[in-house]
Design a protein around this ligand. Structure first.
Ligand SMILES: [Zn+2]
Ligand SMILES: [Zn+2]
Length: 465
């Protein structure tokens, strides 16, 4: 009898032991009617202590028409970014988070016990609505060592000069199709001095850029703060652990708080592709809050021309917003958005995060279609030399000197606050132009270089007169 009891106890313990090691599954289902497009839905589930991995599978009907975006918040809550553990938008249908590793776009680390929330929202929806299922697997196990990420080095040198870079790109950490290895290899092959990582709504990539630290490529953290409904903007120059929230509307009037969060890290907020869609202005937040505008996204096209026109109109009103250009690259090649086309060339006191951001903030920036294009614009006035982004003393004569390389068979235009000041045919590969601007005739000059078909080759920010 005693022997039997012992055997029974042993068997019971074995069963308990086995079930403690077994994963448990939680299934949540729902239906979203068409009139709930863009509405955020938080799906809570409990995570018991001892869980070391969470796997999530998302399924919904008409996956070719419907898009159900997805991300996750841990037991620290979803009210702000404190509980943020990853975002994949519409790019993934499943992901995992474990203590030592996670899917791209998601953040490994402590699986805290308590209520977690999966955030879903539809960005396109069929007329008959959308039925969804979330299958959540909770895996218990032995606690693993939490490995801290290694963010990128923030300073490579203190040599002042013009540095070429790309301010907008995606990898597998959001909806890009290449790995971080592939992106870095391509940036080096294209001889870029710096790149800014800007995944949609996640800082997962930023936590580990340090593995690519080298002497010749600076990697700066950023995020493309992405609201499908109200527009995209780049937060550039973030600390690796910062994630900037995107869950608010223009009418909430709180965009300034989030731009302020970027400034707090020493970063800048740039409006991205403001005319992204079919030529309508898709950016709905208050422009006043932003430092700059991406007026050149990928290959030059009609939407870029609209963004340029918008920027030019605001310049004429005296609004100083920095114009930048970037590729918005998602795939390796053969796309209008190839890495390094265009590139933003910045005068910086060194190749460091702070110096590059300071250069951009001061408008010491021009945009070039590629690495073969370079442009020097200096203005002499009252015995001093000024450059792009500088302010001359008011009402002084301006002797303008331009040197342009790699712009054969193009037209260079000097433009002021009343439009075209002068235009110059560039027949040679290297060309210099000297001209004078009368005191008081314009509050700034800026330069555009275009091909005969109006395609942009280079474009500067203003020198303020
Ligand atoms: Zn975008
Ligand atoms: Zn983008």
């Amino acid at each position: 009898m005693k022997k039997h009891l012992r055997l029974l106890l042993f068997l019971q313990l074995t069963v308990l032991f086995v079930s403690a090691q077994d994963s448990s599954k939680v299934v949540r289902k729902g239906f979203i009617p068409k009139d709930k497009l863009f509405e955020l839905l938080y799906v809570p589930f409990d995570v018991p202590a001892g869980t070391t991995e969470i796997r999530v599978k998302e399924r919904y009907d008409k996956m070719k028409v419907n898009v159900l975006n997805m991300g996750i918040y841990d037991a620290n809550g979803y009210q702000d970014a404190a509980g943020f553990r990853g975002w994949s938008g519409g790019a993934k249908k499943e992901f995992f988070i474990a203590e030592a590793s996670a899917s791209t776009g998601y953040i490994a680390g402590n699986i805290n016990a308590g209520t977690w929330n999966i955030l879903v929202y539809p960005s396109t929806i069929a007329p008959e609505g959308l039925s969804w299922t979330l299958e959540i697997t909770l895996v218990p196990g032995k606690q693993q060592k939490i490995v801290e990420g290694k963010p990128a080095a923030v300073q490579l040198n203190t040599i002042a000069g013009w540095y070429r870079g790309d301010l907008h790109m995606h990898t597998l950490h959001s909806d890009g199709r290449r790995t971080t290895d592939e992106l870095v290899a391509e940036a080096k092959a294209k001889k870029l001095d710096y790149i800014i990582s800007t995944e949609h709504n996640t800082n997962a990539a930023n936590l580990n850029w340090g593995r690519y630290d080298s002497k010749d490529l600076l990697i700066i953290n950023g995020e493309e703060v992405t609201s499908t409904r109200y527009g995209h903007w780049n937060a550039i120059g973030l600390d690796a652990k910062t994630v900037v929230d995107w869950r608010y509307k223009p009418e909430d009037g709180i965009i300034g708080k989030y731009v302020g969060r970027v400034h707090q890290d020493g970063g800048l907020a740039i409006i991205n592709h403001p005319f992204y869609d079919k030529g309508d202005k898709t950016f709905k937040f208050d422009e006043k809050e932003f430092d700059g505008i991406e007026i050149w996204n990928g290959e030059w096209n009609v939407l870029n021309a609209l963004a340029l026109k918008w920027w030019d109109e605001s310049l004429r009103k005296g609004v100083k917003k920095i114009a930048i250009g970037a590729s918005d690259t998602h795939i390796a090649s053969g796309s209008p958005n190839n890495l390094g086309r265009p590139q933003t060339v910045v005068f910086a006191k060194g190749l460091s995060k702070n110096a590059i951001l300071e250069g951009i903030k001061k408008g010491r920036v021009y945009i070039a279609a590629g690495d073969s294009v370079s442009l020097q614009l200096t203005v002499n006035s009252a015995g001093k030399t000024y450059g792009i982004g500088d302010q001359l003393p008011k009402n002084t004569a301006a002797d303008v000197h331009l040197t342009v390389k790699g712009c054969k068979n193009t037209v260079l235009m000097v433009i002021g606050d009343k439009g075209l000041i002068s235009s110059h045919q560039l027949a040679d590969d290297v060309q210099t132009i000297d001209m004078k601007v009368k005191p008081g005739s314009s509050s700034y000059i800026r330069v555009e270089v275009r091909k005969a078909d109006q395609t942009m080759v280079a474009l500067t920010n203003p020198v303020w007169l």
